[in-house]
Write a protein that binds this ligand. Sequence first.
Ligand code: FE
Length: 199
Amino acid sequence: MSDHDHAPDPLAIRAEALEKLLTDQGLVTAEAIEGVIRHYAEDVGPMNGARVVARAWTDPAYRERLLENGREAIAELGFGGAQGERLVVVENEPQVHNVVVCTLCSCYPWPVLGLPPSWYKDPAYRSRVVREPRAVLREFGLELPDETEVRVWDSSAEIRYMVLPQRPVGTESLSEADLAPLVSRDAMIGVAQVEANRE
Ligand code: FE
């Protein structure tokens, strides 16, 4: 799988040709390829990122390590691999909201979030969130106060970003295990906030 798919059509054709060649030569099986895709679609998913966030909320030393070196800190929880070689975690603060995009294509931190949602790959999201982040966030249902600074992080093949959302008020008594299910994929991309009560 390629890091960048700026020109999806030629790359898709190449990928298909390679897949055919490898399977024809008996080097890999179609099942093995399907298995890799299924792994990232189903096993690796936002639940990994949610565990990272819940740990950071409950363990200040872990939070510091996470902001210092995202890749190493997520590896502590056993996550890593493709598309996560350089993973940078940006923290939301009372006056700062972070949102992640890949303006070129769809670079995304697979080890913590799995495969990107379709809207993340949509040219409209990719171009608009840079130009008018507040308007885009409003469409996601996230209304930010005027005084909040919005920072947009453009992912690339080299650096993938994940947002460390703010821990919601009213969750002070919750444990790490109780907090993780509150953390949504969208909150870790930065198009949502974490709510104390998640349906
Ligand atoms: Fe990309």
